[in-house]
Design a protein around this ligand. Structure first.
Ligand SMILES: [Zn+2]
Length: 264
């Protein structure tokens, strides 16, 4: 499922291939992908313009059509953006296709359909209306400590709560906790100052490194937890057996040997 690093890789691809190219045609092949706007209004807002900028906040991507509305893209479980040359066919499951004036295309590929698109006047207002918290990479250490340390319940769901901290999902919350050596079921408000500092640094390191690697078309490092989320796999740090448990309805992987409970 696309989390902050996957969407950041899409933002960088959009910035290098999707801006300042006139959108000559808009083909929405699945009207269900549009929320709060009709096919006609959607096409009308985009056709004839070129995207002037692209921004990411959390797991959401915003592309501005000329100096008008923002196209808001949510990628759900499997959503992706695919840029095609004039001679390449868009993917089979494309929900919409923009054709640029030069014949190239941009497709929103979404085989499992949970992604969607909408239009917004401005980003700040959109985030406020939808109760989206600050981007996980934008927070100062103090703000991060206040938000995570001030959350009731366990630390993993605190990291994943998009209204408090936007961008982190199931896989990267496990990775960040693994890096910070904190168990996912630790109570957030019991974490020590040192643990909260380690968690903030791990958040920056994990999301930053993953964004760079995915943007370069590389896999995540093999010594990360993400590469070992499976039955019988060993911890890439200490060699102990990894465990998993359900926390907040999501399967969470961790190493009981190198991750600690809260010590605050
Ligand atoms: Zn370990």
């Amino acid at each position: 499922m696309p989390e902050l690093p996957e969407v950041e890789a899409l933002r960088r691809a959009f910035a290098s291939r999707g801006l300042e190219r006139e959108v000559a045609d808009v083909d929405v092949t699945d009207a269900d992908v549009l929320h709060g706007t009709s096919q006609t209004d959607f096409a009308g807002a985009v056709r004839g313009t070129s995207f002037s900028s692209v921004k990411r906040h959390g797991k959401t991507l915003f592309a501005r059509a000329g100096d008008g509305l923002w196209l808001v893209m949510h990628f759900g479980m499997t959503g992706d953006l695919v840029f095609c040359g004039p001679d390449e066919a868009p993917p089979d499951h494309a929900r919409f296709v923009f054709t640029f004036g030069d014949g190239g295309r941009l497709a929103f590929d979404n085989p499992r359909k949970f992604g969607w698109l909408e239009l917004a006047d401005d980003i700040e207002g959109y985030l406020e209306d939808n109760d989206v918290g600050p981007d996980a990479l934008s927070l100062s250490e103090q703000d991060f400590r206040d938000i995570v340390g001030g959350t009731r319940g366990r630390v993993k769901p605190a990291l994943m709560d998009q209204s408090k901290l936007a961008g982190i999902g199931n896989v990267y919350s496990d990775e960040i906790l693994f890096r910070a050596r904190i168990r996912p079921d630790a109570k957030a408000s019991d974490l020590s100052g040192e643990q909260l500092g380690a968690l903030h640094q791990a958040t920056l390191d994990v999301l930053g490194t993953a964004s760079d690697r995915l943007s370069d078309g590389k896999a995540l490092p093999s010594d990360w937890l993400a590469a070992h989320r499976d039955e019988g796999e060993s911890c890439p740090r200490c060699g102990g057996t990894l465990l998993h448990m359900k926390i907040g309805g999501r399967t969470s992987w961790f190493c009981p040997g190198c991750q600690e409970p809260a010590d605050g």
